[in-house]
Design a binder for this molecule. Structure first.
Ligand code: HEC
Length: 131
């Protein structure tokens, strides 16, 4: 194989490996009963405010990640910068299933006071992936 061809091949493998974590996660959500994932539903949910019973704060995903996923976010309570969620702006996103699940759990509990359903998580994944 010529050198440029080999490099192109490596790039493809890297891209495939990167895309790989969304597909198995969606499969596991389907196994949990979800189907027909919708990035559009997630887009609406992203900015939908929820009243936190304890603090009276209005909370939504965009509270920390902003409405533009390509931008650097800011943690609503600590003020710390959060790297962009959009894979187009941050190639590390959606490459580590454990990291994704861990933060779905934390963020859904903080935002909604409950876990997200498999359907909601699948919708969010498609939405984030499209950015
Ligand atoms: C209180 C602030 C905050 C809110 C609100 C929030 N997040 Fe996050 N989110 C974080 C932090 C902090 C991380 C982990 C740090 C990092 O990965 O940069 C993170 C990481 C993530 C990740 C990991 C992505 C990856 O591949 O690295 C996903 C997915 C995510 N958030 C989705 C959501 C969704 C969906 C909502 C709304 C239900 C939400 N977040 C609301 C702070 C927040």
């Amino acid at each position: 194989m010529t050198r440029p061809l080999f490099l192109a091949f490596l790039l493809c493998v890297a891209t495939l490996a990167r895309a790989d974590v969304v597909a198995p996660l969606l499969k596991s959500y389907e196994a949990a009963g979800a189907s027909k994932f919708s990035a559009k539903d997630a887009e609406a949910a992203w900015v939908q405010p929820h009243l936190d019973a304890k603090t009276g704060e209005s909370r939504k995903c965009s509270s920390c990640h902003t409405e533009d996923l390509r931008r650097v976010g800011k943690h609503a309570s600590t003020g710390k910068a959060i790297d962009p969620l959009a894979p187009s702006a941050n190639p590390k996103r959606l490459t580590d299933a454990e990291h994704v699940e861990k933060w779905f759990t934390r963020n859904c509990r903080w935002t909604y006071g409950r876990d997200c359903s498999a359907q909601e998580k699948g919708n969010f994944l498609l939405y984030i992936q499209s950015k």
